[in-house]
Design a protein around this ligand. Structure first.
Ligand SMILES: Cc1cc2nc3c(=O)[nH]c(=O)nc-3n(C[C@H](O)[C@H](O)[C@H](O)COP(=O)(O)O)c2cc1C
Length: 191
């Protein structure tokens, strides 16, 4: 599969098989962040890997799924939960544009996982105080995002963004995600 095909299918996944993410994929996720470009090469992004089943279970109630869908559609059921979380943390003692560096790290780590068939959901709607305590994150480190990982049990398709769809993703008859995206003409212009 080409990089462009990977980018097409590297979508957000929110229902997963109850199968552990293997260690080589965890190591690829870490390596993808380690190799990421960042301002002045200062490397302020840190990761906390949550892979023990009891720890993964503790994280589950502290993240919020699919704001555009009713919970019965968007929140994974007990047998659909992700099997790995990685916390993305910023070392705020290091100066620079940490949010841009974090965004690049998120893109790279989720693409590296998808290259091995592991889907993900970047999660910003998280209970930061509770997760900071649970994951033993101490100042000057700051929790930025959680990323959920697992083997998806649904598909996700890009559909044209129309006046009717707006930006909100929805489920089709197969319970696959349909994700409206603007056209190339709308997002890019040639000078
Ligand atoms: C910064 C950021 C924060 C997000 N936070 C959440 C979240 O808290 N919960 C969730 O279910 N999805 C979350 N998402 C997933 C987005 O809803 C998803 O990326 C968007 O709907 C587009 O779908 P796509 O990733 O398949 O292109 C987040 C994505 C990003 C990039």
């Amino acid at each position: 599969m080409s990089v462009m095909e990977k980018l097409l299918t590297r979508r957000t996944y929110r229902r997963f098989a109850q199968k552990a993410v293997p260690q080589d994929v965890v190591e690829d996720i870490i390596e993808a962040v380690r190799l990421s470009s960042c301002g002045a090469n200062r490397q302020a992004v840190r990761l906390v890997v949550v892979n023990k089943p009891e720890d993964v279970a503790s994280v589950q109630p502290l993240v919020k799924w699919a704001a555009y869908l009713p919970p019965e559609q968007g929140t994974p059921k007990a047998d659909e939960l992700p099997t790995l979380y990685v916390a993305v943390v910023q070392d705020t003692a290091i100066p620079g544009d940490l949010n841009t560096d974090t965004g690049i790290a998120l893109a790279n780590m989720t693409l590296a996982a998808w290259d091995k068939g592991v889907g993900s959901c970047i999660m910003g709607a998280i209970n930061k105080p509770a997760l900071t305590e649970l994951l033993h994150i101490k100042e000057p480190e700051k929790l930025a995002f959680m990323v959920a990982f697992g083997y998806p049990t649904h598909e996700a398709h890009i559909v044209p963004l129309t006046g009717e769809t707006g930006v909100k993703y929805y489920l089709d008859g197969q319970k696959d995600y349909c994700v409206p995206k603007r056209s190339a003409e709308e997002i890019a212009r040639y000078l």
